[in-house]
Design a protein around this ligand. Sequence first.
Ligand code: URA
Length: 447
Amino acid sequence: MRIYDLIETKKRGGALTEEEIAYMVRGFVDGRIPDYQMSAMLMAIYFQGMNDREITYLTLEMAHSGDMVDLSPIEGIKVDKHSTGGVGDKTTLVVGPMVASLGVKVAKMSGRGLGHTGGTVDKLESIPGFKTAIPREEFFDIVNGNGIAVIGQSGNMVPADKKLYALRDVTATVDSIPLIASSIMSKKLAAGSDSIVLDVKTGSGAFMKTLDESICLAKKMVSIGCMAGRRCCALITNMDIPLGYAIGNSLEMTEAIRTLKGEGPEDLTRVCLELAANMLHLAGRGTVKECRKMAEETIHDGSALKRLALMVKAQGGDESFIWKPEQFGSPACAYEVKAPAQGYISHMDTEGIGTASVLLGAGRNTKEDPIDYGAGIVLKKKYGEKVMPGDVLAVLYADSMERIQAGADKFLSSCTISQDAPGPETLIYARVSEYEVERFEGLEKLP
Ligand code: URA
């Protein structure tokens, strides 16, 4: 077999066989297939796509390229959730403790932020002392004891995705349905949970910009999960507007804590309740409606917040930050971005706003870049709101005025102010299960 011939097949729109996909993935991981040939293959896949069988083979081959985690030492049903990546998306920090406080185990392996999107591991590491690299046995013990632990992906999990993702990131081949589906599902299958809820983001801040593409991606991922014997469903949620008001690591931790106290933004709270309800439902705890009520109760009775504090303590973090988040402090510079004109915020380029937070120091341009945990953006106005000239649109935080300037320029150019009030946006578009796509469009409106 020669990779040259496989590239030729895919370039002309042909389908790769199971053996060919195994040859390609193994050869790339062990270095026999060089980056330049794999780049050509990725671009061919980007343009020609893959059929369902190819996506399944690719996912399974990637999942088995490294350790498959066996979660059987953890008692009970283990539920995972995964977001396709967004701006201001701190849902794991809220739904994990909610679900765990109801007795369903959350043994979660999360990622760091890359590009304009944030990552749960970075947000948790903004708490002094919090460890996201812990040995497997200790991870199991913490989940058995407290119901939840969130760690980074360990050394040899899905090496195929690590290499492929790094190459996709620099060859403009990230936003491809077969490549995203196989990347996410290979990690979810290797991470070992029984049930998986996917949060597929759609809109200007998501990798999938249209609803149709997002539903297509969700269907593929759900069918891979079910085919691999996991219970799986997806929610399609809005990423045309940042989720909540805070963007940046410790800022998002603080907003997640407020949400667990029942004082969070409405959009974030609703998406978290829906994700938690679906996680509990897949774990067999009742109908989605019954589970939504149970999840709500964990906010009202404080049990979810206590569970977050337990998790932080068990992972070496300073638990007092959960009870007194004002301790997070702020970077040296804060700056108010003001509305240049009167009108309505009619569009938020959410990818641009995510990039503004990276420019402020909240994210990385390369994997090696350090991050400033306190840097970021607190929105004061969102989509649909009326503004007068001089009204504060957002407060930016960074460690220098140079960063503030770069972030402010990017932020302002990402917000459109128009004379006419824009129409309402949908918050949760659909639920995709093994059997159906249930559309909620028109039922869940924002603002
Ligand atoms: N998140 C992933 O883990 N992989 C992708 O390809 C896109 C988002």
